[in-house]
Design a binder for this molecule. Sequence first.
Ligand code: SAH
Ligand code: SF4
Length: 377
Amino acid sequence: MKFTPAKPPLTGETLDSLTARLREHGEPTFRAKQILEWLYKKRARTWDEMTNLPKTLRTWLDETFELIPATLVLNKQSDDITDKLLLELSDRSLIETVIIRAQQDGVGVENSRKTICISTQVGCAMGCVFCASGLDGLKRDLSAGEIVAQLLQVCYREDARTPRAKAELASFDNVVVMGMGEPLANYDALIRALTIVNAPWGLGFGARRITISTSGLVPKILQLADEQIGFRLAVSLHGATDAVREKIMPINKAYPLAKLLPAVKTFSEKHGRMITLEFILIEGVNDSIEQAEELCYIAKDLHAHVNLIPYNTVESLPWKRPVEEQLEAFANVMRAAAVSVTLRHEKGHDIEAACGQLRLKTEKERAVPEQETNAQL
Ligand code: SAH
Ligand code: SF4
Protein backbone atom coordinates (compact mmCIF):
# COMPACT_ATOMS: atom_id res chain seq x y z
CA MET A 1 0.00 0.00 0.00
CA LYS A 2 2.18 2.80 -1.31
CA PHE A 3 1.57 6.38 -2.37
CA THR A 4 3.76 7.71 -5.16
CA PRO A 5 4.10 11.47 -4.96
CA ALA A 6 4.70 13.66 -8.02
CA LYS A 7 8.19 14.46 -6.75
CA PRO A 8 10.16 12.28 -4.30
CA PRO A 9 10.98 14.04 -1.04
CA LEU A 10 14.56 15.11 -0.37
CA THR A 11 14.13 13.80 3.18
CA GLY A 12 13.95 10.24 1.81
CA GLU A 13 17.36 10.42 0.09
CA THR A 14 20.50 8.91 1.56
CA LEU A 15 23.92 10.40 0.83
CA ASP A 16 24.49 7.57 -1.68
CA SER A 17 21.16 7.88 -3.46
CA LEU A 18 21.43 11.67 -3.73
CA THR A 19 25.02 11.44 -4.96
CA ALA A 20 23.92 8.99 -7.65
CA ARG A 21 21.04 11.25 -8.71
CA LEU A 22 23.34 14.28 -8.94
CA ARG A 23 25.91 12.32 -10.91
CA GLU A 24 23.23 11.30 -13.43
CA HIS A 25 22.40 14.95 -13.84
CA GLY A 26 26.07 15.80 -14.45
CA GLU A 27 26.64 17.60 -11.15
CA PRO A 28 29.78 17.23 -9.04
CA THR A 29 29.13 14.72 -6.29
CA PHE A 30 30.29 16.97 -3.41
CA ARG A 31 27.03 18.84 -3.90
CA ALA A 32 25.13 16.00 -2.20
CA LYS A 33 26.88 16.68 1.11
CA GLN A 34 26.26 20.40 0.77
CA ILE A 35 22.56 19.88 0.09
CA LEU A 36 22.10 17.52 3.04
CA GLU A 37 23.98 19.91 5.27
CA TRP A 38 21.51 22.65 4.37
CA LEU A 39 18.64 20.33 5.08
CA TYR A 40 19.70 18.68 8.34
CA LYS A 41 22.26 20.98 9.97
CA LYS A 42 21.23 24.46 8.90
CA ARG A 43 17.55 23.49 8.54
CA ALA A 44 16.96 25.37 5.31
CA ARG A 45 13.26 25.39 4.49
CA THR A 46 13.51 26.68 0.94
CA TRP A 47 15.88 25.93 -1.94
CA ASP A 48 16.82 29.60 -2.18
CA GLU A 49 18.34 29.54 1.29
CA MET A 50 20.98 27.14 -0.06
CA THR A 51 23.16 30.03 -1.15
CA ASN A 52 26.35 28.11 -1.97
CA LEU A 53 24.53 26.17 -4.70
CA PRO A 54 24.36 27.62 -8.22
CA LYS A 55 20.93 29.01 -9.13
CA THR A 56 20.56 26.49 -11.98
CA LEU A 57 21.09 23.63 -9.54
CA ARG A 58 18.52 25.07 -7.14
CA THR A 59 16.01 25.26 -9.98
CA TRP A 60 16.69 21.64 -10.93
CA LEU A 61 16.36 20.54 -7.31
CA ASP A 62 13.04 22.34 -7.05
CA GLU A 63 11.78 20.59 -10.19
CA THR A 64 13.09 17.20 -9.07
CA PHE A 65 12.43 16.94 -5.33
CA GLU A 66 9.93 18.03 -2.77
CA LEU A 67 12.02 19.56 0.01
CA ILE A 68 9.86 18.38 2.90
CA PRO A 69 6.74 16.24 2.33
CA ALA A 70 4.79 17.25 5.43
CA THR A 71 3.16 20.58 6.31
CA LEU A 72 2.23 21.63 9.80
CA VAL A 73 -1.54 22.12 9.98
CA LEU A 74 -2.10 22.20 13.72
CA ASN A 75 0.05 22.55 16.80
CA LYS A 76 -1.98 21.62 19.82
CA GLN A 77 -0.29 22.37 23.10
CA SER A 78 -1.94 20.91 26.17
CA ASP A 79 0.31 22.27 28.87
CA ASP A 80 4.03 22.62 29.45
CA ILE A 81 4.50 18.90 29.02
CA THR A 82 3.06 17.77 25.71
CA ASP A 83 2.88 19.29 22.29
CA LYS A 84 1.17 17.67 19.40
CA LEU A 85 1.90 18.42 15.76
CA LEU A 86 -0.68 17.43 13.19
CA LEU A 87 1.01 17.17 9.80
CA GLU A 88 -0.56 16.96 6.37
CA LEU A 89 1.08 14.91 3.61
CA SER A 90 0.91 15.49 -0.16
CA ASP A 91 -2.20 13.29 -0.52
CA ARG A 92 -3.90 15.17 2.35
CA SER A 93 -3.40 12.26 4.74
CA LEU A 94 -2.91 13.37 8.32
CA ILE A 95 -0.28 12.09 10.71
CA GLU A 96 0.72 13.13 14.18
CA THR A 97 3.99 13.70 15.90
CA VAL A 98 4.14 14.31 19.64
CA ILE A 99 6.73 16.19 21.67
CA ILE A 100 6.83 15.04 25.31
CA ARG A 101 8.88 17.04 27.80
CA ALA A 102 10.21 15.48 30.98
CA GLN A 103 9.55 17.40 34.13
CA GLN A 104 12.89 18.12 35.75
CA ASP A 105 13.44 19.97 38.96
CA GLY A 106 15.26 23.25 38.58
CA VAL A 107 15.25 23.10 34.78
CA GLY A 108 13.09 25.40 32.68
CA VAL A 109 10.60 23.74 30.36
CA GLU A 110 12.53 24.79 27.25
CA ASN A 111 15.67 23.04 28.45
CA SER A 112 13.98 19.91 29.77
CA ARG A 113 14.54 16.58 28.05
CA LYS A 114 12.37 16.04 25.00
CA THR A 115 11.13 12.78 23.58
CA ILE A 116 9.60 12.79 20.13
CA CYS A 117 6.98 10.22 19.21
CA ILE A 118 6.73 9.57 15.46
CA SER A 119 4.27 7.69 13.21
CA THR A 120 5.11 5.15 10.52
CA GLN A 121 1.75 4.50 8.84
CA VAL A 122 -1.54 6.27 8.20
CA GLY A 123 -3.86 4.08 10.28
CA CYS A 124 -2.86 0.56 11.25
CA ALA A 125 -3.83 -2.93 10.12
CA MET A 126 -3.12 -4.77 13.37
CA GLY A 127 -6.59 -4.27 14.83
CA CYS A 128 -5.76 -4.09 18.55
CA VAL A 129 -9.21 -3.60 20.05
CA PHE A 130 -8.27 -0.76 22.43
CA CYS A 131 -6.43 1.45 19.94
CA ALA A 132 -7.72 4.49 18.05
CA SER A 133 -5.09 4.20 15.30
CA GLY A 134 -6.48 0.98 13.95
CA LEU A 135 -10.19 1.87 14.03
CA ASP A 136 -10.36 2.59 10.30
CA GLY A 137 -7.73 0.02 9.35
CA LEU A 138 -4.60 0.84 7.38
CA LYS A 139 -4.78 3.64 4.85
CA ARG A 140 -1.17 3.50 3.72
CA ASP A 141 2.47 3.17 4.71
CA LEU A 142 4.55 6.29 5.18
CA SER A 143 7.61 6.69 2.98
CA ALA A 144 11.05 7.05 4.56
CA GLY A 145 10.97 10.74 3.62
CA GLU A 146 7.68 11.24 5.44
CA ILE A 147 9.01 9.55 8.58
CA VAL A 148 12.14 11.73 8.58
CA ALA A 149 10.10 14.86 7.82
CA GLN A 150 8.31 14.54 11.17
CA LEU A 151 11.58 15.03 13.03
CA LEU A 152 12.56 17.96 10.85
CA GLN A 153 9.21 19.60 11.55
CA VAL A 154 9.93 19.18 15.26
CA CYS A 155 13.36 20.81 14.75
CA TYR A 156 11.72 23.74 12.93
CA ARG A 157 9.28 24.07 15.80
CA GLU A 158 11.87 23.76 18.56
CA ASP A 159 14.99 25.38 17.06
CA ALA A 160 14.05 28.90 18.03
CA ARG A 161 13.73 27.78 21.63
CA THR A 162 16.77 25.64 22.12
CA PRO A 163 20.46 26.53 22.36
CA ARG A 164 21.47 23.18 20.90
CA ALA A 165 20.12 24.18 17.51
CA LYS A 166 22.89 26.78 17.24
CA ALA A 167 25.36 23.92 17.26
CA GLU A 168 23.32 22.37 14.43
CA LEU A 169 22.24 19.47 16.63
CA ALA A 170 18.82 17.87 16.75
CA SER A 171 16.68 19.76 19.24
CA PHE A 172 15.45 16.66 21.12
CA ASP A 173 16.89 13.86 23.27
CA ASN A 174 14.98 10.70 22.39
CA VAL A 175 12.90 9.37 19.55
CA VAL A 176 10.22 6.74 20.12
CA VAL A 177 8.51 5.09 17.18
CA MET A 178 5.21 4.80 19.01
CA GLY A 179 2.86 7.01 17.03
CA MET A 180 0.34 5.78 14.52
CA GLY A 181 1.02 2.47 12.79
CA GLU A 182 3.00 -0.72 13.29
CA PRO A 183 6.61 0.25 12.47
CA LEU A 184 7.77 -3.29 11.70
CA ALA A 185 4.95 -3.69 9.15
CA ASN A 186 6.63 -0.88 7.17
CA TYR A 187 10.10 -2.27 7.72
CA ASP A 188 12.13 -1.02 4.75
CA ALA A 189 10.91 2.57 4.98
CA LEU A 190 11.44 2.51 8.75
CA ILE A 191 15.05 1.33 8.50
CA ARG A 192 15.85 3.73 5.67
CA ALA A 193 14.36 6.63 7.66
CA LEU A 194 16.16 5.76 10.88
CA THR A 195 19.42 5.31 8.97
CA ILE A 196 19.00 8.88 7.68
CA VAL A 197 18.18 10.12 11.19
CA ASN A 198 21.25 8.35 12.59
CA ALA A 199 23.79 9.17 9.84
CA PRO A 200 26.43 11.88 10.34
CA TRP A 201 25.27 13.48 7.05
CA GLY A 202 21.67 13.31 8.31
CA LEU A 203 20.39 14.34 11.71
CA GLY A 204 23.34 12.57 13.39
CA PHE A 205 21.10 11.25 16.11
CA GLY A 206 22.35 8.31 18.23
CA ALA A 207 20.71 4.90 17.65
CA ARG A 208 20.69 4.21 21.39
CA ARG A 209 18.29 7.08 21.79
CA ILE A 210 15.85 5.65 19.25
CA THR A 211 13.24 3.11 20.42
CA ILE A 212 11.06 1.10 18.06
CA SER A 213 7.81 -0.16 19.56
CA THR A 214 6.13 -3.21 18.06
CA SER A 215 2.98 -5.19 18.68
CA GLY A 216 5.06 -8.32 18.09
CA LEU A 217 5.82 -9.14 14.43
CA VAL A 218 8.18 -12.01 15.21
CA PRO A 219 10.04 -12.40 11.87
CA LYS A 220 10.68 -8.66 11.76
CA ILE A 221 11.95 -8.59 15.35
CA LEU A 222 14.50 -11.21 14.31
CA GLN A 223 15.39 -9.21 11.21
CA LEU A 224 15.85 -6.09 13.35
CA ALA A 225 18.15 -8.04 15.65
CA ASP A 226 20.45 -8.57 12.65
CA GLU A 227 20.59 -4.90 11.59
CA GLN A 228 23.95 -3.19 11.92
CA ILE A 229 22.54 -0.18 13.71
CA GLY A 230 21.47 -1.03 17.26
CA PHE A 231 18.11 0.61 17.84
CA ARG A 232 16.27 -0.03 21.07
CA LEU A 233 13.20 -2.26 21.17
CA ALA A 234 9.94 -1.95 23.08
CA VAL A 235 7.30 -4.67 22.85
CA SER A 236 3.61 -3.97 23.39
CA LEU A 237 2.69 -6.98 25.50
CA HIS A 238 -0.58 -5.90 27.15
CA GLY A 239 -1.39 -9.48 28.13
CA ALA A 240 0.84 -11.81 30.17
CA THR A 241 -0.95 -14.97 28.98
CA ASP A 242 -2.17 -15.96 25.52
CA ALA A 243 -5.76 -16.10 26.79
CA VAL A 244 -5.71 -12.41 27.75
CA ARG A 245 -3.46 -11.16 24.97
CA GLU A 246 -5.37 -12.77 22.10
CA LYS A 247 -8.60 -11.15 23.26
CA ILE A 248 -7.20 -7.68 22.69
CA MET A 249 -4.41 -8.16 20.14
CA PRO A 250 -5.28 -10.26 17.06
CA ILE A 251 -1.56 -10.58 16.21
CA ASN A 252 -1.26 -12.96 19.16
CA LYS A 253 -2.96 -15.66 17.05
CA ALA A 254 -0.18 -15.64 14.47
CA TYR A 255 2.58 -15.00 17.01
CA PRO A 256 1.60 -16.28 20.45
CA LEU A 257 3.84 -15.78 23.47
CA ALA A 258 5.70 -19.05 22.80
CA LYS A 259 6.96 -17.48 19.57
CA LEU A 260 7.16 -13.85 20.63
CA LEU A 261 9.14 -14.17 23.85
CA PRO A 262 12.04 -16.22 22.40
CA ALA A 263 12.33 -13.70 19.54
CA VAL A 264 12.52 -10.84 22.03
CA LYS A 265 15.17 -12.77 23.95
CA THR A 266 17.21 -13.24 20.79
CA PHE A 267 17.02 -9.51 20.15
CA SER A 268 18.10 -8.55 23.64
CA GLU A 269 20.94 -11.07 23.68
CA LYS A 270 22.27 -9.84 20.33
CA HIS A 271 22.22 -6.23 21.44
CA GLY A 272 23.12 -6.74 25.06
CA ARG A 273 20.66 -4.09 26.13
CA MET A 274 17.56 -4.09 28.25
CA ILE A 275 14.38 -4.12 26.22
CA THR A 276 11.11 -2.61 27.41
CA LEU A 277 7.81 -4.41 27.81
CA GLU A 278 4.87 -2.07 27.54
CA PHE A 279 1.74 -3.00 29.37
CA ILE A 280 -1.30 -0.76 29.17
CA LEU A 281 -3.64 -1.45 32.08
CA ILE A 282 -7.30 -1.81 31.12
CA GLU A 283 -9.91 -2.31 33.81
CA GLY A 284 -11.19 -5.88 34.12
CA VAL A 285 -9.16 -7.00 31.07
CA ASN A 286 -5.52 -7.36 32.08
CA ASP A 287 -5.19 -5.62 35.44
CA SER A 288 -5.53 -8.62 37.77
CA ILE A 289 -2.89 -9.63 40.30
CA GLU A 290 -2.52 -12.97 38.42
CA GLN A 291 -1.56 -11.04 35.29
CA ALA A 292 0.94 -9.02 37.33
CA GLU A 293 2.50 -12.24 38.60
CA GLU A 294 2.73 -13.75 35.11
CA LEU A 295 4.25 -10.51 33.86
CA CYS A 296 6.93 -10.75 36.55
CA TYR A 297 8.04 -14.18 35.26
CA ILE A 298 8.25 -12.89 31.70
CA ALA A 299 10.12 -9.71 32.64
CA LYS A 300 12.62 -11.56 34.81
CA ASP A 301 13.32 -14.14 32.15
CA LEU A 302 13.96 -11.42 29.55
CA HIS A 303 15.71 -9.02 31.97
CA ALA A 304 13.28 -6.49 30.64
CA HIS A 305 12.07 -3.20 31.99
CA VAL A 306 8.28 -2.96 32.36
CA ASN A 307 6.44 0.20 31.48
CA LEU A 308 2.95 0.19 32.96
CA ILE A 309 0.65 2.66 31.20
CA PRO A 310 -2.83 3.44 32.51
CA TYR A 311 -5.22 3.09 29.55
CA ASN A 312 -6.16 6.33 27.83
CA THR A 313 -9.88 6.21 27.08
CA VAL A 314 -10.91 6.43 23.44
CA GLU A 315 -14.23 7.91 22.40
CA SER A 316 -16.47 5.17 20.98
CA LEU A 317 -14.55 2.35 22.70
CA PRO A 318 -15.79 0.74 25.92
CA TRP A 319 -12.44 0.25 27.71
CA LYS A 320 -11.60 1.99 30.96
CA ARG A 321 -8.54 2.86 32.98
CA PRO A 322 -8.38 0.98 36.31
CA VAL A 323 -8.74 2.95 39.54
CA GLU A 324 -5.57 4.30 41.14
CA GLU A 325 -5.47 1.59 43.87
CA GLN A 326 -5.55 -1.16 41.27
CA LEU A 327 -2.74 0.46 39.28
CA GLU A 328 -0.62 0.70 42.42
CA ALA A 329 -1.43 -2.87 43.50
CA PHE A 330 -0.36 -4.14 40.07
CA ALA A 331 2.89 -2.15 40.17
CA ASN A 332 3.58 -3.30 43.74
CA VAL A 333 3.55 -6.96 42.69
CA MET A 334 6.33 -6.13 40.26
CA ARG A 335 8.28 -4.02 42.74
CA ALA A 336 8.09 -6.81 45.33
CA ALA A 337 9.59 -9.18 42.77
CA ALA A 338 12.40 -6.68 42.11
CA VAL A 339 11.34 -6.17 38.50
CA SER A 340 12.45 -2.85 36.99
CA VAL A 341 9.12 -1.08 36.55
CA THR A 342 7.68 2.37 35.92
CA LEU A 343 4.05 3.26 36.29
CA ARG A 344 3.74 5.95 33.69
CA HIS A 345 0.97 8.38 34.32
CA GLU A 346 -0.16 9.33 30.85
CA LYS A 347 1.06 12.66 29.62
CA GLY A 348 -1.06 14.82 27.38
CA HIS A 349 -4.32 13.02 28.10
CA ASP A 350 -6.18 16.25 27.53
CA ILE A 351 -4.96 16.67 23.97
CA GLU A 352 -5.86 13.16 22.88
CA ALA A 353 -2.22 12.11 23.00
CA ALA A 354 -3.07 8.43 22.83
CA CYS A 355 -2.27 6.86 19.53
CA GLY A 356 -4.28 8.25 16.66
CA GLN A 357 -6.96 10.20 18.45
CA LEU A 358 -6.23 13.74 17.29
CA ARG A 359 -5.99 12.63 13.70
CA LEU A 360 -9.25 10.72 13.96
CA LYS A 361 -11.01 13.79 15.28
CA THR A 362 -9.67 16.08 12.56
CA GLU A 363 -10.49 13.54 9.84
CA LYS A 364 -14.06 13.43 11.11
CA GLU A 365 -14.41 17.20 11.31
CA ARG A 366 -13.00 17.67 7.86
CA ALA A 367 -15.05 14.70 6.57
CA VAL A 368 -13.00 14.04 3.46
CA PRO A 369 -15.31 12.18 1.07
CA GLU A 370 -14.22 8.53 0.96
CA GLN A 371 -14.00 8.45 -2.85
CA GLU A 372 -11.74 11.43 -3.01
CA THR A 373 -9.40 9.88 -0.46
CA ASN A 374 -9.25 6.59 -2.32
CA ALA A 375 -8.75 8.24 -5.68
CA GLN A 376 -5.65 9.95 -4.39
CA LEU A 377 -4.03 6.79 -3.15
N1 SAH B 1 2.14 -0.26 16.74
C1 SAH B 1 3.18 -0.16 17.69
C2 SAH B 1 3.58 1.26 17.99
C3 SAH B 1 2.50 2.29 18.08
S1 SAH B 1 1.38 2.15 19.42
C4 SAH B 1 2.81 -0.88 18.95
O1 SAH B 1 1.67 -1.30 19.08
O2 SAH B 1 3.70 -1.06 19.79
C5 SAH B 1 2.31 2.77 20.78
C6 SAH B 1 1.82 2.28 22.12
O3 SAH B 1 0.60 2.94 22.49
C7 SAH B 1 1.54 0.79 22.15
O4 SAH B 1 2.09 0.19 23.28
C8 SAH B 1 0.02 0.78 22.21
O5 SAH B 1 -0.48 -0.40 22.71
C9 SAH B 1 -0.27 1.98 23.06
N2 SAH B 1 -1.66 2.44 23.01
C10 SAH B 1 -2.54 2.36 22.01
N3 SAH B 1 -3.74 2.87 22.35
C11 SAH B 1 -3.59 3.29 23.63
C12 SAH B 1 -4.48 3.91 24.57
N4 SAH B 1 -5.72 4.22 24.24
N5 SAH B 1 -4.00 4.19 25.80
C13 SAH B 1 -2.72 3.91 26.14
N6 SAH B 1 -1.85 3.34 25.30
C14 SAH B 1 -2.27 3.03 24.06
FE1 SF4 C 1 -1.52 -0.72 15.58
FE2 SF4 C 1 0.04 -0.43 17.76
FE3 SF4 C 1 -2.50 0.50 17.71
FE4 SF4 C 1 -2.06 -2.13 17.77
S1 SF4 C 1 -1.50 -0.64 19.34
S2 SF4 C 1 -3.55 -1.06 16.44
S3 SF4 C 1 -0.25 -2.28 16.50
S4 SF4 C 1 -0.81 1.22 16.45
